[in-house]
Design a protein around this ligand. Structure first.
Ligand SMILES: [Zn+2]
Length: 126
């Protein structure tokens, strides 16, 4: 549902990891403030590949805070969820789609079973 992230939502009780249904913040139904995410957007390029925490939504943008205190807004689809948590630290296993070059997160199951998809979820639908 477009724009669903703008309305009120039920807060999750725990931080989320990537699943087959939800690999980024946009796809996540219940989110928790402070959710660790991986920035896959090129804008600005210097922040690409950094991890940050999601703070809030501001109109259409998901506002995230970086470790150095900088706050920026992103399309929630560009904020990837962690593969898993190890000792309460997020672990991001990021791959690049062989069709469209978009980065996406592997799920823990895909890592454990060594069955990594070579295309992102959007490309796999076709
Ligand atoms: Zn793709």
């Amino acid at each position: 549902m477009p724009g669903a992230e703008e309305g009120p939502f039920k807060q999750a009780s725990n931080f989320s990891v990537a699943t087959a249904e939800a690999r980024n913040l946009r796809d996540l139904r219940n989110r928790k403030y402070g959710q660790p995410i991986y920035v896959s957007s090129d804008h600005p390029l210097a922040r690409k590949g950094q991890t940050a925490t999601w703070e809030k939504f501001n109109v259409r943008l998901a506002v995230v805070k970086f470790l150095d205190g900088v706050v920026l807004g992103y399309d929630p689809a560009d904020l990837l969820l962690p593969t898993c948590f190890e000792n309460a630290r997020p672990v991001f296993e990021i791959r690049t789609c062989q069709s469209c070059r978009a980065p996406f997160t592997l799920t823990q199951q895909e890592v454990e079973e060594k069955q990594e998809p070579t295309r992102c979820p959007a490309c796999l639908e076709f």
